[in-house]
Design a protein around this ligand. Structure first.
Ligand code: HEM
Length: 426
């Protein structure tokens, strides 16, 4: 166990074996009260959800998404903002983005597969960021503001540093924080200009921001600063997590037996409905079970709270681990083996537990991920393109151990592609 490298996940395994489901672990002044397993998740996210707050727990995200982003909003403002944003992610709307995603991934695959050897996650970042920008702001935005992609990517790069490095915020020229502030200034200029333009000339495209500008909904409408915060925080919440999830799906498909089974099942897969195909759905769920891109959910107690015999005083920083919940032998048979049959819905010996708190890659309840459907649609589109285009092999399979705060394969999963023939046949 290398705690110097911040291997929180290995430390949690050791501490849980020693102390049970509740223990304190952190770095320096930052002390996390970890509560591990389905029961703890139910307690924090459902039974006593009102006793926990988000803002203090996710304050480190505020420089990116701003103070009114959903993830850092608490009630009653959280509910008002969520009611405004949620309609933009309704299933029927999300489905209309499939075709755009398939086109983008087809163009991407023609370039990337031809390169032969590629660090997959890094190669996916660009196309996923473009898609997320198009969905949120409308495709014309990238043409009007060619620097937007680069500036958003540079803001996200700051957020992808190790947690402790992100706390180093000295505005000296050349430091990551300096570059972050400069990129954020340019992004904000673009977003406020786009909002003003749409307010003046009409918000008539199908982007999320235009829908938010047009929407009537309940409660006070979002003002310009709230719109800016929703746009940036949705990009930041959605882009890296989705890229990591696609990469983990690709990692599972490096297993030749699984790949053959999936490819046989999904022959002639219709990209428009790929995400709903039972085999693709099972692959997606199993990838998110073993490698949840958001491996922890954080909260701060708003009052004194008692869980089992654990006293948490008001202001305690609490961590729930989706990663450990999804690998908990109390809920999952042979937790570390990949088994699509867990998701067959047949009450067979491998069936996933029915308890929603044993599997929560997208969180739960009032805070359930607003972009879960979008992420799944992008995954279906990507897999439908990739499965008919190429086979791929991990270059260093023995060392694919999850790393990072957005759970990712080391070095972005280097793979070697073997393209299929021009006919698309194997
Ligand atoms: C595979 C991809 C994704 C994963 C694994 C993921 C995971 C999560 C999780 C676990 C939460 C709950 C956090 C908590 O309760 O503290 C969450 C919340 C959220 N996610 Fe996602 N997410 C993904 C994709 C997206 C996308 C594509 C978007 C939007 C474009 C998005 C937007 C959000 C927002 C706005 C919240 C906060 C909701 C609230 O507090 O009301 N996510 N996500």
């Amino acid at each position: 166990m290398n705690l110097a490298a911040g291997d929180t996940r290995a430390a949690i395994d050791v501490l849980r074996a020693r102390h049970g489901d509740a223990f304190v672990f952190g770095f320096g002044a930052i002390r996390f009260h970890w509560l591990i397993g389905a029961e703890a998740n139910r307690f924090v996210l459902q039974e006593r959800a009102g006793a926990f707050r988000n803002r203090e727990a996710y304050r480190f995200l505020e420089p990116i998404g701003g103070p009114t982003a959903l993830i850092v909003s608490d009630e009653p403002e959280h509910l008002r903002r969520r009611r405004r944003v949620q309609p933009a992610f309704h299933r029927q709307r999300v489905d209309t983005w499939t075709e755009r995603a398939v086109d983008a991934f087809e163009a991407w695959s023609r370039t990337v597969i031809g390169r032969g050897t590629v660090a997959l996650q890094g190669a996916l970042r660009g196309v996923v960021l473009d898609l997320v920008i198009d969905v949120l702001l409308g495709p014309g935005t990238r043409t009007r503001h060619p620097g937007l992609h680069r500036d958003l990517a540079s803001m996200m790069a700051f957020a992808n540093q190790p947690f402790l490095a992100q706390l180093f915020r000295v505005p000296l020229p050349g430091t990551p924080w300096w570059r972050f502030l400069a990129a954020r200034r340019r992004v904000d200029e673009v977003l406020y200009a786009e909002i003003a333009r749409r307010r003046e000339h009409g918000a008539d495209d199908d982007s999320v921001v235009s829908l938010l500008l047009r929407s009537e909904g309940e409660g006070a409408a979002l003002d310009d600063a709230e719109l800016r915060d929703q746009a940036v925080s949705l990009v930041s919440a959605g882009f890296d997590t989705t890229t990591a999830a696609l990469t983990w799906c690709a990692w599972l498909l490096c297993d030749e037996a699984l790949r053959t089974r999936v490819a046989d099942d999904v022959a002639a897969l219709d990209p428009a409905t790929a995400a709903a195909h039972p085999t693709i759905d099972a692959l997606w769920r199993e990838a998110l079970r073993l490698y949840p891109p958001a491996p922890a959910i954080l909260r701060v107690t708003a009052e004194d709270v008692l869980w089992r015999d654990v006293h948490l005083t008001a202001g305690a920083l609490v961590g729930l681990s989706t990663f450990h919940t999804h690998r908990d032998a109390a809920s999952w048979r042979e937790p570390t083996s990949v088994r699509l049959e867990r998701w067959a819905g047949d009450d067979g010996p491998w069936s996933a537990p029915r308890d929603p708190f044993a599997y929560l890659p997208f969180g739960h309840g009032a805070r359930y991920c607003i972009g879960a459907g979008l992420a799944r649609t992008l995954a279906g589109a990507w897999l439908s393109v990739m499965l008919r285009s190429a086979r791929w092999h991990a270059l260093d399979p023995a060392n694919v151990k999850p790393v990072g705060t957005t759970l990712s394969p080391p070095r972005g999963l280097p793979v070697r592609f073997e393209p299929y023939g021009a006919s698309g046949a194997d």
